[in-house]
Design a protein around this ligand. Sequence first.
Ligand code: SF4
Length: 447
Amino acid sequence: MTVSPRRYHITTFGCQMNKADSERMAGILEDIGYEWAEEPDQADLILYNTCTIRDNAEQKVYSYLGRQAKRKQEQPDLTLVVAGCVAQQEGEKLLRRVPELDLVMGPQHANRLRDLLEEVLNGSQVVATEAVHILEDITKPRRDSAVTAWVNVIYGCNERCTYCVVPNVRGIEQSRTPAAIRAEMEELGRQGYKEVTLLGQNIDAYGRDLPGVTADGRHQHTLTDLLYYVHDVPGVERIRFATSHPRYFTERLIRACAELPKLCEHFHIPFQSGDNDILKAMARGYTHERYRRIIDQIRSYMPDAAISADAIVGFPGETEAQFENTLKLVEEIGFDQLNTAAYSPRPGTPAAIWDNQLSEEVKSDRLQRLNHLVSIKAAERSQRYLGRLEEVLVEEQNAKEPTQVMGRTRGNRLTFFPGDLALLKGKVVKVEITEVRAFSLTGVMVN
Ligand code: SF4
C-alpha cells in the first residue's frame, strides 16, 4: 500500500515504551509514503499515542481530540487515530465518544498499523484491541535521536500491582528473542547509534516466557544473560535498561553491571512506598528492608552508581505515619532522581474501588512535602560531581544556550558545556564539572 504524499503527525503521551512505539509507527507511516508534519494542523493523518497511568494523563487526549474532530467535519479525508493505553482501555467506547475517529488501536497492535490503515482506507472504522502475539517489526523506526535509541526487550506485565492499569492495557509479558534484540542493536551500531536503552515495564521479567531452562532449573533467558549476549555489539558504546522491579532484582544482575564496561552505572528501581503495609496493599511483593538491601548491594559493587525511582503518595488508607516511612526511606537512601505522583484511581484496578480513598487535599499536601525533600536530596547528591571529570555522550544543542551542547553522564545526569555540536554529536567526551544543580550539571570539556 502506498499513499500520495500525505502528511502525518504523532503526539506521544506517557512513558518510554510509548515513545518507542511512536517511533515504530512513524517508521511504518513513512514506509508507506507519509511525510512528517511539524504541526498537527498541517497533517492529513493525526495519531495520538496515549497514556492512562493517571487520570490527568487520560484527560489530556480528549481535549486534543475534540479540536481535531471539529476539523474533520470540515475536512472529511483527515484520518484520526488513537493508539496506546487509553485506546486499549476504552476501545469501542471511544468511537461513541468521538464518532469522527477512524482507528482505535491498542499498544499490542503498533506493528500492525499498515494493515489497520488499509482497512480504514477501504472505508471501515476500526477498533483493534484484541490480545495478539506481538510480531517482530521489520520496519525501520523513525527515531527522535540519532545518538541514543530505545530497544524493546519485553512487552506487557504479569504483575498485579493493585494501583496499576498497565497489565490491563499492555497485556501479558511477551519477551523478544535474544537474537532479534541483538540484530536490532547491530543495525543501530551500523547506523552510528552510541547508546541503547533496553526497555520493559518490568524488565527483570525478561525471558520468563521464553522456552528453555538451565541445568539448575533457572530460566535460560534472563536480563543478565541478555546483557552478556549483547554487550559486544560493535558501535554501541553504552547500554542502559529500565524499568526494574525490586521483587526480581538479583545480585547476579548487579555483578554483571559492575563487570560489563558498557553498562552505565544508573539503576531505575521504583519502590513506590517506604511502608511495608502499604507495599502489601499495593501487592508489590517486597518490603522496604529488601529494597534497602538491593540499594546497599548496588553501592557495594558500584559506590557511585546513580539511583532513580518512582514513588506514589496518598495510596488508599495511607496514614501520616505510613507516609513518613516513605519520607524516611527517601531521606536515608538519597536518590539522584525520584519521579513522584499522587495516587490516582484507575479503571479496572483493585485499589480504585476500595472505600478508604484519601482526599485530594491530603494527597497534594503529601506530594508537595515529598517533592520538597526530593529536590533537597538530589541537590545533596549532585555535590559529588563538583570538580570531577565525567564522561558525557553529546546528544544535542542546549536549546536555551546555543553556544552549549548537552548530553548525559553514565549516571544519566544531564550535562551542559560549551562546544560545537557539528564536531561533538555522538562523541563521548570528558567534561570537568564546574557547577551543579539538583538535576543537571555544567562544565567545560577537557581535551
Ligand atoms: S510491575 Fe506493577 S507497576 Fe509496574 S507495570 Fe507491572 S503492574 Fe504496573
